[in-house]
Design a protein around this ligand. Structure first.
Ligand code: ADP
Ligand code: ZN
Length: 619
């Protein structure tokens, strides 16, 4: 079979995506390769297809057990014999798997890096034809990166133990130039072909909301996006627990995940999410490694993460199926403070003080870059791409900032009166008293405290108390004021030198949407091709998929992706040939599930004589 035939037969796709074919061709002419491709670009196929075409076995080294299991399940479901060997198997099971492998039962074997050094695995490898060693998440080999895994260093030893050298292919989604060099050197790649596929993920819509009302935002968002799968990341376990409690109490089907929970609870909740039993999971950054649920429609960051690398990776868990998805970051000044505090209190054992200092500096720089992302009025996508070293020409017209008109108003004069007022309070009162005083409110409490006798009393009469409140928060964000952390927090003066010498201004930023975000973001959604009836059919097919998933104890997205179901609604196939024409339906999948989906479609079409797709209409 040719690679195109394999793509169709096993994976059900008609054509390769950008970059995939070149990588496969390189491997097939026996070259080492290093491929850097963003999440969701389709790395797996790049080694799975050659694995089927090469004479011997391909060993895939992967750091994440859950990912391994998922991949192997998906491969077997597609009719490709594969196995994994990791710590979840007993010694007996490993022996059995290896003995089947020697007999040529599997074309692809996933293995945890720790296994490579074990005696029985080496014995097996030396006595079998290993055509290729694939290193997934190859950046784990670099000590420069955040995810360094010492066990990855064993890979080279393993390769060198083999009687002849197999092709070595390395894949990663994140690699700065240092990490890239590291992978090539440490893995001892031989004149590799290096492929770098841009970082841009066109289907992701980026948005930053500068808000102090995060919970309200989340609830409103969830109301508008019912039934959609989403991840909400929080900075701390406490945040997770609180938000989870609140949403669960309001009756939303949510799950939570953080490192403070028992392994059992974590696994259950993770599965609930993967199997679409709950649509939303609230989690710390402990969640997500190895999750390749493809139909995550949104990732909301409840707090700002510590670096652009983390953000890109976490937000990137949205839209792996290539469908439109939203990545929203809720920003408040408090996030910066929390993060600074977390960095300051971070201790690394056994490290020289000078190294420690370097790491701190680097962390603070990363944090600053992240904060700038939250504050920029420029195109958010370009900001991200530029950070990862790509040059960009024009704004993307597909992010929150591109859809907003920002307006900046100079409030420096008002700010000076706020400072005067806080000085007059001698730092004894909170925000409410200060805003009331400046506005000139007629309240008994103000008279009681004698703030009505202040020089600043009523000086900002032309602003509403809400506006004064916003301005005060901006000044807190700028560091001119700060709030104490006691129960009754009071307002105090911060560093105001830049205001005094006139080198800085206090600016309040407002904006107008050029077009409602939801309309714009949803514009290119595949489901928009469907009419209301088409959408109903889509829901029926989803239900059928869920039923099958339960029968087979398999995540729904492994059976068919949302994209494939939508394509079914658009094409409404009525026989095997037509069904095989649907994106994502391979021969094996058809034999397993095809008829049931055909039946469901027929049932729906017969009982509803309606137009299902706008696209066909237009043709
Ligand atoms: P990565 O490992 O790069 O994050 P995956 O290998 O998991 O990405 O692929 C992401 C999704 O894209 C999967 O659902 C996969 O089936 C799909 N995919 C990969 N290649 C193609 C293709 N040529 N056409 C359509 N879909 C594809
Ligand atoms: Zn943009």
């Amino acid at each position: 079979m040719t690679q195109n035939e394999i793509l169709k037969q096993y994976f059900g796709y008609d054509s390769f995506r950008k970059g995939q074919e070149e990588i496969i061709n390189s491997i097939l002419v026996q070259r080492d390769i290093l491929a850097i491709m963003p999440t969701g670009a389709g790395k797996s196929i790049c080694y799975q297809i050659p694995a089927l075409m090469l004479p011997g076995i391909t060993i895939v080294v992967s750091p994440l057990i859950s990912l391994m299991q998922d991949q192997v399940r998906a491969l077997n479901d597609a009719g490709i014999h594969a196995a994994y060997i990791n710590s979840t198997l007993s010694e007996g099971q490993i022996k059995k798997a290896l003995s089947l492998a020697v007999k040529g039962q599997y074309k692809i074997i996933y293995v945890a890096p720790e296994r490579l050094g074990s005696w029985d695995f080496l014995e097996f490898a030396k006595n079998t034809k290993i055509s290729m060693v694939t290193v997934d998440e190859a950046h784990c080999i670099s000590q420069w990166g955040q995810d360094f895994r010492p066990s990855y260093l064993k890979i080279v030893d393993f390769i060198e133990e083999l009687p002849y050298r197999p092709i070595v292919s390395a894949f990663t989604a994140t690699a700065t130039s240092e990490v890239k060099d590291d992978i090539q050197c440490v893995l001892k790649l031989q004149h590799p072909d290096v492929f770098v596929r841009g970082f841009d993920r066109e289907n992701l819509y980026y948005q930053v909301e500068n808000t102090r009302h995060k919970t309200e935002f989340v609830i409103d968002y969830m109301e508008k996006h019912k039934n959609e799968s989403g991840i909400i990341y929080c900075a701390t376990r406490k945040n997770v627990d609180e938000l989870y409690g609140l949403l669960a109490q309001k009756g939303y089907a949510v799950a939570k995940y953080h490192a403070g929970m028992s392994t059992e609870d974590r696994n259950t909740n993770q599965e609930d999410f993967i199997y679409d039993r709950v649509s939303v999971i609230i989690a710390t950054n402990a969640f997500g490694m190895g999750i390749d649920k493809s139909n995550v429609r949104y990732v909301i960051h409840y707090n700002m993460p510590q670096s652009m690398e983390s953000y890109y990776q976490e937000a990137g868990r949205a839209g792996r199926d290539g469908e439109t998805a939203q990545c929203i970051l809720l920003f408040s000044m408090q996030d910066v403070m929390i993060n600074k505090h977390l960095l300051e209190s971070k201790t690394v054992v056994e490290m020289e003080a000078s190294d420690m200092e370097l790491i701190k500096q680097r962390d603070h720089k990363r944090l600053q870059i992240m904060e700038n992302y939250c504050r920029t009025t420029e195109c958010l996508r370009n900001y991200i791409l530029n950070y990862f070293g790509e040059t960009t020409a024009k704004p993307c017209d597909n992010c929150g900032n591109c859809h907003r008109e920002y307006l900046e108003i100079d409030h420096t004069e008002h700010a000076k009166w706020i400072i005067n007022c806080v000085v007059e309070t001698k730092g004894r009162y909170g925000i409410k008293i200060v805003t009331g005083t400046l506005h000139g409110a007629n309240r008994a409490r103000l008279k009681e405290l004698h703030t009505t006798e202040y020089k600043s009393y009523g000086k900002l009469h032309d602003m509403s108390e809400t506006e004064i409140d916003s301005l005060i928060h901006q000044m807190i964000a700028d560091g001119y004021l700060y709030q104490t952390q006691e129960k009754y927090s009071v307002l105090k003066i911060g560093d105001i030198s830049a205001l005094k010498d006139g080198s800085k201004k206090v600016v309040l930023r407002t904006y107008q949407e050029k077009e409602p975000i939801d309309r714009k973001a949803r514009k290119q959604r595949k489901t928009d091709k469907l009419t209301k009836a088409g959408f109903e059919l889509f829901e029926c097919l989803r239900q059928l998929r869920l039923t099958i998933a339960r029968e087979e104890a398999m995540p729904p997205y492994i059976i068919f992706s949302d994209k494939t179901l939508i394509d079914m609604c658009v094409k409404t196939p009525s026989n095997r040939d037509e069904m095989m024409n649907v994106n994502g339906v391979g021969a094996n999948k058809f034999d397993k599930y095809g008829q049931r989906f055909l039946d469901e479609i027929e049932k729906y079409v017969n009982s509803n004589n309606v137009v299902l797709s706008l696209e066909l209409d237009a043709e």
